[in-house]
Design a protein around this ligand. Structure first.
Ligand code: PLP
Length: 437
């Protein structure tokens, strides 16, 4: 499928089997609403909101126009010891929708940067309150926190770690995926609250006074959509509190309405100390990430002589005017169209439709929460991941974009999806699974 006259050689693609891809490229040329158009002119239903980010659907004029206006008014302004109005306005707008108390906003440019920023803020805070021995982080198996050295260190996906050195002083909770007890669950699984006690085990192993923070995705996304067992996050919060450990929720996927509430924090009613966000913050249009910090954490660092920089951390593009303009327009759409809570109205239709896939060939689990689903396939003998890849290719050729991790299919359409889109996703996927060997 030649998309243009350009050679495909120069672009070293991320998280892609480059040689395989370039032999048979899948190219997206344009997008509008719920659909992409492929380079060979086919409509492809977006079952994944791009990469979990295009929550308001594609081609939103309000965002494009805001970006365009901003580019002509103030294209860039330095972010160190200087400011510009749009960053303050956007931080204020985020603070207004943030979970109670998490209203101090540190800007980054991606989820990975947001995670590294949150880890550093956690350590800096512990030190500021006289807990300077707390430098250790606890992550969780099967978690994804981006690709910075901080993120892969607390992350729990072996392929992202095995080739690279990771931070010392990091340990991991066990993951919560348990097909034996929890297969085919809609919402939070019944079993596994006790897995939160792993934090006690790691406290006993390392000493609470060495641990700065524990970081989890409230719903693990990239590892294949793993909702937390009932009571798990509550217990993690209680153990963290007991031992003076900060709790970080990585909401890069769950933030901005994915579960039917503005943040997963609201959905589960468990309040972390720091939240990382990205993706839906600008509807995926301009790269941006952020840390939402508890006011106490921020205030504890606003100490010392006033001429002194309080946190030696930040990015050239922190609070970039164009990203902030995109973010303000995005929040405007979310507000005007009620998108941060819309999923609660379509969750039942989503759940019912997705769970019909349990009868399709090879399916060993369907799990759903909010507008997310993981459909797990039995791996083909001797070729784990092959079925997942074949589903990705066949679905794309049939006009549906899905995401696969190994043999798990992840679905997360834009939050503007109608029931007709949900039905189409399920019909197309059912047909793909029936063709699959
Ligand atoms: N954290 C989570 C939970 C994610 O899902 C992702 C990306 O999928 C990241 C962090 C990294 O975000 P980015 O790719 O923008 O660096």
């Amino acid at each position: 499928m030649p998309a243009s006259n350009h050679s495909l050689d120069a672009y070293w693609m991320p998280f892609t089997a480059n040689r395989q891809f370039k032999a048979n490229p899948r190219l997206l040329a344009s997008a509008e609403g719920m659909h992409y158009v492929s380079a060979d002119g086919r409509r492809v239903l977006d079952g994944t909101a791009g990469l979990w980010c295009v929550n308001a659907g594609h081609g939103r004029r309000e965002i494009a126009e805001a970006v365009s206006r901003q580019l002509l008014e103030l294209d860039y302004a330095p972010s160190f010891q200087m400011g510009h109005p749009v960053a303050f306005e956007f931080a204020e707008a985020l603070a207004q929708i943030a979970p109670a108390g998490l209203d101090r906003i540190f800007f980054a440019n991606s989820g990975s940067e947001a995670v590294d920023s949150a880890l550093k803020i956690a350590v800096a805070y512990q030190r500021a309150i006289g807990q300077g021995t707390r430098t250790r982080f606890i992550g969780r198996e099967r978690s994804y926190h981006g690709v910075g050295f901080g993120g892969i260190s607390v992350g729990g996906l072996v392929n992202n770690r095995r080739v690279f050195p990771t931070l010392s002083g990091v340990d991991h909770l066990r993951h919560t995926h348990d097909l034996t007890r929890n297969a085919f669950t809609a919402g939070q699984p019944e079993h596994g609250v006790e897995l939160a006690d792993d934090l006690e085990r790691l406290v006993a192993l390392h000493g609470a006074e060495t641990i700065a923070a524990v970081i989890v995705e409230p719903v693990a996304g990239s590892a294949g959509v793993l909702p937390p067992p009932k009571g798990y996050l509550e217990r993690l919060r209680a153990i963290a509190d007991r031992h003076g450990i900060l709790l970080i929720f990585d909401e890069v996927i769950t933030g901005f309405g994915r579960l039917g509430t503005p943040f997963a924090t609201d959905y589960f009613g468990v309040a972390p100390d720091l939240i990382t966000v990205a993706k839906g913050i600008t509807n995926g249009v301009v790269p941006m990430g952020a840390v939402l910090a508890k006011r106490e954490i921020h205030d504890a660092l606003m100490t010392g002589p006033e001429p002194q920089i309080e946190l030696f951390h930040g990015y050239t593009y922190s609070g970039h005017p164009v990203a902030c303009a995109a973010g303000l327009a995005t929040l405007g759409i979310y507000r005007d169209e009620g998108l941060l809570t819309r999923v609660s109205a379509i969750e039942t239709a989503w759940t019912q439709a997705l769970h019909t896939l349990r009868d399709a060939p090879h399916v060993i689990d369907v799990r759903t929460i909010g507008l997310m689903a993981g459909v797990e396939l039995a791996p083909r003998d001797g070729a784990p991941g092959a079925r997942g890849y074949e589903v990705l290719v066949d679905a794309f050729e049939s006009g549906l974009l899905v995401r696969t991790t190994g043999d798990i299919i992840a679905l997360s359409p834009p939050l503007v999806a109608g029931t007709e889109h949900i039905d189409e996703i399920v019909a197309k996927l059912t047909a793909v699974l029936r063709r699959l060997a």
